[in-house]
Design a protein around this ligand. Structure first.
Ligand code: SAJ
Length: 440
């Protein structure tokens, strides 16, 4: 009997002859491509941004979590190449989709990237291919959106001619300890052969594959993981707002609560929640639940509280300046750290940028310093990071620590600053902090 499409695929995976397509070479796709190439798979990256594709083909890395030398060597040895279009999809035995799943302005899912990629893949789909969606999305996307497009366009049957799975990315950008290589991974598919093929494929580079019974279950696992964080961050942000009323130090309360040896997990308040996951992904679940006439109250509430934090930081900044008789329009503010979290060069959805714009709206002259971000392009203005000098710190009426990059010398900041608003609690254990520092 002729070898089935499934058997042929499994054989190629096991002898690592399978060619792996990775759609989207961003903070998920590029590390993934490197891990697969390192164990001997040939990877074809499909990247819509020609500049990024050219960089990859020159062996030039642009993702902080990827090793420059590893990428360069793998490209030179021919294990990784990048293309812009979908013409070569036929060559790939497995195609992994790692494109963004943003939200529209009114917090509804925007699957345009995923659907666009799926239509392009469907046009080239052939028997024996495994398609795996890694983008974070609401439960049902793989089976209800991707599968019909793939089947109807190609005439092929899922689970028989081609295979389809969901394996959500589990990347914590900047995390040195848990990487694409050693983070266990959920794999789900809605038919047996797809699930078996996906498990076999992912097991080639990630020892700890966690199978679940369907693509839908896998999608919900991931959205729950992000919802868990959004809700707990909102809880401590709400506690901060309450402590402001109670005139209590929320950082002291949380540090003490976290001495409990069991049954608690450290989360800390901050200037808001940024990045492309936590502020967005839970609303995919909220949106889907409405289809079942179900209100996910925790997600809605967490989003509302977290989105409110930049406004609170603005209010607290003016209270601090007011204490020295300064009005916003007569103040200079220096924001330390513009990225959405520390030690990373990503300012997407960063609350620090929201805070900067709010302070500008109130008439203040606002500069920023961030070692990772030389300049930011905001609507109508280009702002460049100032140098980290005693003068830059001293001339600001208020230094606002929005992101607590590890490499910044906060003792130096305290020494030279007139006043400091610390939204991350990073100065709370430093000597001489209390005279000049107000904690959020
Ligand atoms: N934040 C707080 N207080 C906290 C923790 C975080 O205010 O106690 C803020 C951060 O400053 C940041 C935002 O929330 O602005 C998101 O923080 P994050 O630590 O969740 O970082 P992300 O979004 O870069 O990475 C997350 C992953 N992080 C961790 O698991 C630690 C994880 O939630 C997902 O795997 C990943 O997004 C993803 O891609 O979904």
């Amino acid at each position: 009997m002729a070898m089935s499409a499934f058997d042929a695929l499994c054989e190629k995976i096991l002898n690592r002859q399978a060619i792996v397509g990775v759609v989207g070479l961003g903070y998920v796709g590029l590390p993934f491509a490197v891990e697969k190439a390192k164990v001997g798979f040939h990877v074809i990256g499909i990247e819509q941004n020609p500049k990024r594709a050219e960089k990859v083909n020159r062996g030039e890395n642009y993702i902080k979590d990827v090793s420059d030398t590893e990428l360069r060597d793998l490209v030179q040895e021919g294990f990784i190449e990048a293309v812009v279009g979908f013409e070569r999809v036929k060559e790939a035995d497995i195609v992994v989709i790692c494109v963004p799943t943003p939200l529209s302005k009114n917090l509804t899912p925007d699957l345009s990237y995923v659907e666009g990629v799926t239509r392009n893949l469907a046009a080239h789909l052939r028997p024996g291919q495994l398609i795996s969606l890694e983008s974070t999305t609401y439960p049902g996307t793989t089976d209800e959106v991707l599968r019909p497009i793939l089947e109807e366009t190609s005439g092929l049957r899922c689970g028989n001619d081609f295979f389809l799975a969901h394996s959500p990315e589990r990347v914590d950008p900047g995390n040195q300890r848990y990487t694409t290589k050693n983070t266990n991974k959920i794999v789900g598919a809605s038919d047996d052969l797809s699930r078996q093929a996906a498990i076999l494929f992912y097991r080639e580079t990630i020892l700890d594959v966690v199978p679940v019974s369907s693509a839908k279950a896998a999608e919900l696992v991931k959205v729950f993981e992000n919802t868990f964080r959004a809700v707990n961050i909102a809880l401590v942000n709400e506690l901060l707002l309450l402590c402001d009323r109670l005139d209590l130090n929320v950082w002291e309360v949380l540090d003490a609560a976290n001495t409990k040896p069991f049954g608690i997990m450290p989360f800390y308040p901050g200037p808001g929640v940024g990045g492309h996951c936590i502020p967005l992904d839970p609303h995919y679940l909220e949106w889907k639940a409405k289809e079942y006439n179900f209100e996910t109250h925790f997600i809605a509430l967490a989003g509302e509280i977290n989105r409110r934090m930049p406004e609170f930081v603005r209010e607290k900044a003016w209270r601090v300046l007011n204490r020295v008789g300064l009005a916003p329009s007569r103040s200079r503010v220096l924001i330390l750290g513009i990225t959405y979290k520390k030690d990373l060069d990503d300012w997407r959805e960063s609350p620090a940028v929201d805070i900067l714009q709010l302070l500008q709206q109130d008439g203040a002259r606002v500069d920023y310093y961030d070692p990772y971000i030389p300049e930011i392009h905001l609507k109508g203005q280009i702002l460049r990071s100032v140098e980290f000098t005693a003068a830059a710190i001293a001339q600001a009426n208020l230094v606002l620590i929005a992101t607590d990059h590890s490499q910044v010398d906060y003792g130096f900041v305290i020494y030279h600053a007139q006043a400091i608003l610390d939204t991350r609690g990073v100065t709370r254990r430093l000597p001489d902090a209390d005279q000049k520092v107000t904690l959020l």
